[in-house]
Ligand binder design. Sequence first.
Ligand code: PLP
Length: 409
Amino acid sequence: MHLIPAHQNRPSDDPIFALHKEATARRARGEAVVDATVGALMDEDGALSVLPTAAKAVRDVPSTVGARNAPSVGAPAFLRGVIHDLVPGAPELRGAAVAAATPGGTGALRLAIANFLEPGQSLLTSSWYWGPYQTLGEEADRKLETFDMFAHGAHGVGGLDVGALDAALARQLRSQKRALVFLNDPCQNPTGYSMTEDEWRAVVQCLLARAADGPVTLLVDCAYYLYGSHDPRAFLVHLRPLLGNVAVLFAWSASKSFTHYGLRVGALVACVADADERRRVEAALSYSCRGTWSNGNRGGMAAVTRLLADPELARACDGERAELKGLLKARVDAFNRLARPRGLDYPRYDGGFFVTVFHERPLAKAAAMREEGVFVVPQARGQGSGALRVALCSVAERDVRRLVDALCD
Ligand SMILES: Cc1ncc(COP(=O)(O)O)c(C=O)c1O
């Protein structure tokens, strides 16, 4: 065997893709299938929703621009555009920000893990999390630990359990002397949960209190931030006190914001108060880019730069995205209207691509639903017994009733 022992039993097939493949094949044979597995926004006819203005900007990239290499750290105008997009109204954060272009938000997560944790250490995230966090950690010889995401009260699932985060953070700082915390907000994948501003304030207090015990880095994975039901940047003011105490990272992605998942355009933005440390962070990120993918998709960066910087194009994208959000909102409202009265157990859900319904036997339940032609993704890990991830982003509004019926049966 030539593979190194640790890599000899890597799972080759993505389980979500395998489910989607089966759903697609059964639909092609004429079956009325509801496929709630795909994490991309589909229109009511099941076709991928694409912002026309973004598609045109990609087509319009001159070949002499797209064919060239970008600098390893990314094209300067693109990096400026991303920083401005994220923190336009927070001059303290903007003044402390440096960025590196990455292949999607995934690349940003990879850079964070490789530069803010020692090999063998664990990142800390909520007990419900996007599966590739674990994969990214393993690929970089890091591990993953979780805190129980939700407090459970007398009336079922409650809000974010900041006490559980605090206890886990304290434990980690004792054992590994540094911490990297991933929070995916708003519209968390897979639960659909969006933190309240009070929860953000509480998280910031917790991080500040623990930062005395070792270097603490917060990474906000904002892959879905333009799809929440509130001002996507409102939480930023609460992060300001972290500057100078906690390093603040953002994993920014054009995949969902501009409906170009395959363009692989993203960035890691790092807000670091100290100028010398900031320069070192920027150099480390640039070095990591060089040593991982050399440089990013220059044509993609050029297109996204125009979408961010040209006011007319930015407005057009906002309008087109608002239509897609409306589509999604109708599905979310239909789900809440039908599912809440029937007692399905799921967190507060007011927007976003996914929702997670807690279930004691997720594998058996998902298999039974599949028999009926309704596809959801079983989640065996997480808090308690398990859950089913429901991608409303890919389910037509007219199918939400059948989906809820299948979840309740
Ligand atoms: C929670 C979360 N973070 C990050 C990403 C990164 O996406 P991409 O690499 O396509 O930008 C995704 C994509 O599904 C996601 O669900």
